[in-house]
Design a protein around this ligand. Structure first.
Ligand SMILES: [Zn+2]
Length: 472
């Protein structure tokens, strides 16, 4: 079980696959392009769900559930939206043995369903705002797939809101982006760049898309959460109108926002190492694993049980009394990314202490059994903080500024990471950069700087600072 995995420097893609499988997160299935999420993986998703859902509800979000099928006529109501998704939708053409009168797609996203619902649900200004979210899976018929990063069916949440004014919709779009960013930084210990997508990269049918972009250990970018402002485009296509206080008919303004099981891939690729997964304490399903040494001795069994019970009041803690050797248990626990391990044997008990080992640094800390609760809180907090700082240091060390095109191309060829460069706003330059280097515009950061006057690609007057990168 705990045989070595491929080293990440040798082959990052293979390392990723090894970790996903050997940490017991997913498995292959006979269903092509889909994955089985195993208990260790699903427990991470449950923690993501719980924490995000709590943060959503603090801002007034309510959960609902929509059908998983969309009739073709409904999908086609908004032109840009259907064009964006048509190449990857899966169609249901039969019900039992009978061909359907109208084929239905399996939802790739649910804007059209929410719009159809809102068109009936919203009549008056008193019905607004609507701030709904659903937890579900969606289907996109991807050609190449990888566990958590790209699969034909994946789990996510999608929020869909309707507001009386454009200002309110814009405020909600930005608010949810910051909810995502704070969650990813505070809980997943992954630093992000907050910004706006260019028109080329924005969501199909959106007026504006905001994004958080994270950098993986191999220097590739991962789009980690997006929030879209639709203006009144969908409302006009679907006839979602309300009567305002002056009794005049108005269109609503809408937003949507989503985060997916991709974030588990991000955790692996930001924090993992050559011994396997490393989970930030705040998202880890098991924060502490107690490994008894000489577990056949009664005093060891009793002490381990007593310590487990005390710690269980504050932490998620497990004990490993299996018949494997301690060394085997250590590697297994490391592979699974459990943040800390406590070793307790007869000598420790005599000295009224135990040894705590941090998964991220391997540091061994001797702790008195009398203060185990306080010390574990300190160690887990320090680890959470250190993991964020380490990821940020790595990210910052892989951000490069390019002021002319030769420099841009050279950095893209020789290094991996984000390249910051000025852009004129013309899609032709984005296309040329992608063709020449494989990099796409990741975002126009909210915090703008002017590192040059001219576009890095064409030399015309620059409008925006853009983060560029190769992306998952
Ligand atoms: Zn240009």
């Amino acid at each position: 079980m705990v045989q070595a995995i491929t080293s990440m420097d040798e082959d990052f893609a293979q390392w990723y696959t090894d970790v996903v499988l050997k940490a017991g997160l997913t498995d292959y299935t006979s269903v092509k392009g889909c994955m089985v999420i195993k208990p260790a993986g699903y427990a991470i998703w449950e923690n993501i769900q719980r924490e995000l859902d709590r943060r959503f509800k603090e801002t007034g979000v309510e959960n609902v559930y929509m059908p998983m099928f969309i009739p073709e006529s409904l999908l086609q109501k908004e032109k840009d939206h259907v064009e964006g998704f048509a190449p990857e939708v899966a169609w249901v053409t039969h019900g039992g043995l009978e061909p359907l009168q109208e084929r239905m797609c399996v939802r790739p996203t649910s804007e059209t369903l929410f719009c159809d619902f809102y068109a009936n649900e919203i009549q008056s200004y008193r019905d607004l705002p609507k701030v709904y979210n659903q937890w579900c899976s969606v289907v996109r018929w991807e050609k190449t797939t990888r566990p958590f990063l790209r699969s034909r069916e994946f789990l996510w949440q999608e929020g869909h809101t309707a507001h009386a004014t454009a200002e309110e919709a814009e405020a909600r779009t930005e608010q949810m982006l910051h909810v995502y960013a704070d969650f990813v930084e505070e809980v997943l210990a992954i630093p992000v760049v907050r910004g706006r997508k260019t028109d080329k990269e924005k969501f199909a049918g959106a007026k504006a898309t905001y994004t958080i972009e994270a950098l993986m250990h191999d220097g590739k970018a991962l789009q980690s959460g997006t929030s879209h402002n639709f203006g009144d485009g969908f409302a006009r296509a679907f006839g979602i109108q309300y009567t305002d206080k002056e009794n005049k008919l108005q269109y609503v303004h809408q937003t949507s926002w989503g985060m997916t099981t991709r974030m588990i891939g991000a955790i692996i690729m930001v924090h993992g190492d050559d011994n396997g997964l490393v989970l930030p304490p705040r998202i880890a399903p098991t924060q502490i694993m107690i490994v008894p040494i000489r577990q056949q001795e009664e005093s060891v069994v009793n002490t381990v049980e007593e310590i487990r019970a005390r710690l269980a009041k504050k932490f998620s803690v497990k004990t490993d009394f299996s018949d494997k050797s301690p060394g085997w248990k250590f590697s297994e626990q490391e592979m699974r990314g459990i943040p800390t391990r406590i070793e307790i044997g007869p000598k420790d008990i005599e000295a009224n202490q135990c040894v705590v080992v941090r998964r991220d640094t391997g540091e061994k800390i001797t702790v008195s059994l009398d203060e185990i609760e306080e010390k574990m809180a300190e160690i887990l907090e320090a680890m959470q903080k250190d993991m964020f700082e380490r990821a940020k240091k790595h990210r910052d060390a892989h951000v490069y500024d390019a002021r002319d095109y030769e420099e841009f191309k050279r950095i893209m060829l020789e290094k991996s990471g984000f390249v910051r460069a000025m852009w004129c706003g013309d899609e032709a330059c984005e296309n040329k950069i992608k063709e020449d280097t494989g990099a796409t515009s990741r975002c126009m950061p909210f915090e703008q700087e002017e590192i040059a006057d001219t576009c890095v690609c064409c030399g015309k007057k620059a409008k925006k600072l853009v983060y560029w990168g190769k992306a998952y």
